[in-house]
Design a protein around this ligand. Structure first.
Ligand code: KG4
Ligand code: ZN
Length: 348
């Protein structure tokens, strides 16, 4: 079954063709991130306008790369939510229109759950991908860490899962982005912190780990504030207003130490919860997913501490893409949606 996946929940316009939820025939991603850099974060109107401009060429390229004609596409999958309202609308309306015009079943996908399914893609003829060589085994734990979400989930089967814990405030990717801003490092913050941290000492700045009552929830807002306080202390002045003076008062080695200490504490916090869940639920596999899954320190921390096999997607499948949407729709599909009525759900 060949599914055309479409993803437009944030600033990436993506389309992909995936066979039977596991064979990636194409994956095309057009990002408007450069247009947002000047603002230090995604501007919803700019993202939506950019989706309109590129969505048709992106879909055409995904079909072309996969050497697949419309008659070989069995269904269309699209991100229904969560995400930015204007961005989601472009993807969903395009998918609805194509489903009607080409007479294909239409499957909605949940973006956060779909991140998990990047781990189910095990084959491709596309160059430059390092894929898992086997599909995850149930029951599995999934640590989904992105710019909008931090969730620890237990999957007993494709349609039987529950959230063990989630963030009470900032998502971990959001914390990376905010800490990068405090340190004057470019947006998106995750890769910038990752790079700066390589020259820093992760034990140099003592930062707090939030302890939550249920043991599986997270909180990253206090950690971010602790980095701000440590940075102010190093700079010897508050610099709350104007805040852009703070990074100017720090040298590269101080920034590297703060980045490395923050990254280490965030990775340990996530690993603490994953290890606790591993002991309680005895999963067969642990999956890492979402944009922050690209972080090498987090991968190493989990690998070091878990007894269960850890699966991580290729870096290009960690951040937003449409192959994960097509895979999620394949494995989780029930009844197809009415293409005349499918609505976006920004807070899904
Ligand atoms: O999954 P994603 O592409 O979009 C959402 O669904 O949110 O995740 C984007 C997030 C951003 O916050 C970005 O800073 C973070 O993933 N990220 C990273 C790395 N690469 C991207 N965080 C830590 N280390 C990285 N190498
Ligand atoms: Zn995402």
């Amino acid at each position: 079954m060949r599914i055309l996946g479409i993803e437009t929940s944030c600033d990436e316009t993506a389309a992909a063709v995936v066979g039977d939820g596991r064979a990636m025939l194409s994956s095309v991603i057009s990002s408007s991130v450069d247009l947002h850099t000047a603002y230090g974060g995604v501007v919803p109107e700019i993202a939506a306008r950019s989706h309109i401009e590129v969505i048709i060429p992106v879909i055409e390229q995904a079909l072309g790369d996969a050497k697949t004609g419309w008659d070989e596409i069995d269904a269309i999958a699209v991100t229904q939510g969560p995400g930015l309202m204007g961005s989601l609308l472009i993807g969903v309306l395009t998918a609805r229109t194509l489903a009607i015009a080409k007479n294909k079943p239409l499957y909605p996908a949940n973006h956060v759950l779909a991140h998990t399914y990047a781990n189910f893609i095990t084959s491709t003829s596309l160059p430059g991908y390092q894929l898992n060589n086997r599909a995850p085994e149930f029951p599995f734990l999934a640590l989904i860490v992105s710019g909008g979400h931090s969730q620890l989930m237990l999957y007993k089967s494709h349609n039987n899962y529950n959230i063990l814990g989630q963030t009470r405030d900032d998502a971990v990717g959001e914390a990376f982005d905010k800490v990068a801003k405090i340190l004057g490092l470019p947006y998106p913050g995750g890769p910038s912190i990752d790079k700066a941290a390589k020259k820093g000492d992760p034990a140099s700045v003592k930062l707090p780990k939030a302890k939550m009552e249920n043991g599986y929830d997270f909180s990253f807002s206090g950690l971010k504030t602790a980095v701000l306080r440590a940075a102010q202390e190093m700079a010897g002045k508050d610099y709350t207003f104007p805040s852009h003076e703070l990074p100017e008062a720090l040298n590269d080695s101080q920034k590297a130490d703060l980045a490395a200490s923050f990254q280490q504490t965030a990775a340990e916090t996530l690993a603490d919860a994953a290890v606790r869940a591993e002991n309680e639920f005895k999963p067969k596999t642990v999956l890492l997913a979402g944009g922050v899954a690209a972080n090498q320190t987090l991968r190493q921390e989990l690998q070091k501490r878990l007894n269960t096999a850890l699966l991580c997607p290729d870096i290009k499948l960690c951040t937003d893409n449409a192959a994960m949407i097509a895979a999620a729709a394949f494995y989780g599909r029930k009844l197809s949606a009415d293409p005349y009525n499918l609505e976006v759900i920004p807070s899904l």
